[in-house]
Design a protein around this ligand. Structure first.
Ligand code: FMN
Length: 205
């Protein structure tokens, strides 16, 4: 069984969250984590080249993570999606994943599979809650079962940064130069572990 962790990231913070989610998934016996970094096929290269941090991060992420594949999503036992926040919503590459998934909806390929989400924002009130909620919408249309983070994860009660019951989150600063802290990563691991545990129970292993 495997959980597909599908994410986009411009400066690498969401990728760090993806790694923590994967750690949580792999902590459950019999559950693999497959990661996919969704390529940005929208932004003209000259814009990316004009931002050295973006260019450098893009090259590193493309070298480290496999590209997204629709078939891998179709065959996954669970799906966890991660995106940097864009105006309180997911980024275009992630939205495009859903825009290519009408066939999966038609087949009912994701019905009754567990879905969960994670995000990064620049600021504390810039989408920590709205982005997870808006990321749920396509999952609900696909018939998925949504898993948030329960308050048995004690860090939810004390975090002064990211971390919400709606999904794992991190606040990474206006320059995206404050990577997820240990509290935010711990909540991300909890989310991954929960999805894997629920999936094993639901799908019988
Ligand atoms: C077009 C655009 C829109 C953004 N919208 C928001 C926003 O609504 N709220 C917020 O806190 N940060 C916003 N940000 C900042 C990003 O969310 C932040 O840089 C990102 O989470 C960093 O993650 P990454 O390192 O994985 O790229 C925006 C950034 C861009 C480029």
């Amino acid at each position: 069984m495997y959980t597909y962790i599908v994410f986009y990231s411009r400066y690498g913070n969401t990728a760090l969250m993806a790694d923590a989610v994967a750690e949580g998934v792999r902590s459950v016996d019999g559950m693999e984590a497959e990661l996919a970094y969704v390529r940005d096929n929208f932004t003209p290269q000259e814009i990316i080249d004009g931002d050295p941090g973006w260019k450098d991060s893009k090259e590193k992420l493309e070298a480290k993570y496999p590209a997204f594949e629709l078939d891998t999503m179709k065959n996954a036992d669970a799906l966890i999606m991660g995106s940097p926040t864009r105006f309180g919503n997911m980024a275009a590459p992630l939205k495009n994943v859903w825009d290519t998934a009408a066939g999966l909806w038609f087949e009912g390929a994701l019905i009754d599979k567990i879905g969960a989400v994670f995000t990064c924002t620049a600021s504390l009130h810039g989408g920590q809650e709205t982005t997870p909620l808006t990321m749920y919408m396509p999952m609900i249309h696909q018939g998925m079962l949504i898993a948030g983070v329960p308050y048995s994860e004690q860090n939810l009660l004390t975090t002064t940064g990211g971390g919400t019951p709606y999904g794992a989150t991190a606040v990474v600063g206006a320059e995206a130069d404050q990577p997820p802290d240990e509290t935010e990563l711990a909540i991300a691991r909890t989310l991954g572990e929960r999805v894997a545990r629920l999936t094993a129970a639901l799908r019988g292993s």
